[in-house]
Design a protein around this ligand. Sequence first.
Ligand code: SF4
Length: 321
Amino acid sequence: MGGKMVLFVYGYCDQRDCFYCPLGENRKNVTDVYANERKVEADSDVIEEAKRMDALGSSITGGEPQEALDKTCHYISLLKDEFGEDHHIHLYTGIPGGRENMRRLAEAGLDEIRFHPPLELWGDMHGTEWEDILYIAREEGLTPAFEIPGIRAEQEFLDFLDEGAAEFCNVNEFEMSDGNYRRMQQEGYELQEGHMSAVDGSKQAILDEMGDHERVYFCTSVFKDAAQHRNRLKRMAKNLRRPFDEVTEDGTLVYGKTYTPAEKFAELGVPEEFYTVKTNHVEVAWWLLEEMIEDGDVDDGEIVEQYPTFDGTVVERTPLA
Ligand code: SF4
């Protein structure tokens, strides 16, 4: 739903080397923390970013969050202390980690842990630490689940669901990204025709063999990229909008901008909720600015469409005149 903030805590993942690892250059092997796209310099940045999007919860990701457990637990506690029990937090991990880690994560306030076992073990996970950790996580108070890339269908995940070991299994459509396309191509994977990131081959077999299980959720890359991202933007936009900003279907904000002195607006009797005065310009309801220019009350202006994100990237400027 895009209601959760994505908190990237640690870019290293020393115990795994997945050929399909999607981490891009800007995230791989960095120790920086990012809240959505915002680089975190202080704890307050994390809280601000969650407030900015009116987050319903958070998802903790990396790299491998369990390799930076102190930091991971710190942010989980921070979020729970600020937003309370209802702020649901899940964590992605590619290692089992063991009881001590599960205990510490649960104590910090983590709600749910989503495991991604190595591809080489799929089909042989019973009787290994990957089976054990599902029960251990639950004993320590976490909800254990799987989140795996849709490389191929695997019955064993359904068995874990039916045995009551795991709560659900999310399967993400197998994807190529800037970070993995070379190695993916070396392994013989190709893009689906006409698609920017989804990989050929896997989807139908997975849907056929796993899709009918009521606790398997298949997430297409189109859905993830577009819908999740757009919903997150929409939440931010609705949360941050000023009374005169329009929120678009894409989750951007639209308003008018003019260098006409602010006094002119007061002179014309424009109600205050329709504009705001900035250092060297005025921002105003776009439709009002359009009317004012048509009526000759104002000479210059443009319609600005902007992302509600921290960096406020402008999507488009349309001059009016
Ligand atoms: S476990 Fe995840 S972060 Fe680690 S190498 Fe594999 S895909 Fe990348």
